[in-house]
Design a protein around this ligand. Structure first.
Ligand code: DX5
Ligand code: ZN
Length: 216
């Protein structure tokens, strides 16, 4: 089985998001990077944009909240139509409560860890979530270079997940390309997020198919 590919619309033409989604029919889900200028030094989309995207998107929205106060804001993204909401381990105060609140509203719950955060930091939260997002760049911007230590981290996360009686999607985000996808797929990743490798390509859908092939 191949990895799922989630194009990050951060690298798409932001003035034409609906049209951009029609260029990626092979996508499995669409990744939406929400940044608040506090948790990361950049600002992107917020609730109204996600709400409108959910209305026109043929794909489930995988929202990645790079925000300082997910306990306050995360559930509102479900109300706006997000299929899954991933909050950061470094920012959340009550991850188990938040995951339960997301589930109650019918969404999947994910937890993300930055490159400097060990997998063990979220070990006890794994039984309550549906997705673990391992950042392979420092969050905040597209187009950064893949951190080479990531596959070892992904392999350890896979090892912990295998011990649980629960399906958890293991997602890797940042610097994903036909060269790096095989490394994380071999380590046990099940979803890869890619922005510049997809929307920077002349044919974004062909780029997705290449990533699928690389993750087989
Ligand atoms: C970075 C974002 C990523 C980003 C990936 O903070 O979380 O989703 O858009 O972009 P690329 O694939 O260009 O590294
Ligand atoms: Zn992201």
């Amino acid at each position: 089985m191949s990895v799922c590919v989630a194009p990050s619309i951060l690298s798409a033409d932001l003035a034409n998001l609906e049209a951009e989604m029609s260029r990626i029919p092979s996508a499995d889900l669409v990744h939406v990077d929400v940044m608040d200028g506090q948790f990361v030094p950049n600002m992107t989309f917020g609730l109204p944009v996600v709400e409108r995207l959910a209305e026109v998107s043929p794909f489930p929205l995988d929202t990645h909240l790079m925000i300082a106060d997910p306990d306050r804001w995360a559930t509102a993204y479900v109300d706006c139509g997000a299929a899954s909401v991933t909050f950061h381990a470094e920012a959340v105060r009550a991850p188990v409560r938040l995951a339960r609140e997301l589930h109650k509203r019918g969404a999947k719950a994910g937890i993300a860890i930055n490159p400097g955060t060990p997998v063990d930091f979220v070990k006890d939260i794994l039984p309550f979530i549906d997705r673990l997002l391992v950042m392979s760049v420092e969050p905040g911007f597209g187009g950064q270079e893949f951190i080479d230590e990531t596959p070892a981290k992904v392999a350890y996360a896979r090892h912990l997940i295998e011990k649980l009686d629960r399906e958890i999607d293991l997602e890797v985000d940042g610097g994903m390309s036909p060269v790096t996808v095989p490394l994380v797929a071999a380590a046990g990743a099940t979803t890869v997020v890619a922005g510049s490798a997809i929307f920077g390509a002349e044919d974004p859908d062909q780029a997705i198919r290449r990533l699928h092939a690389a993750g087989r």
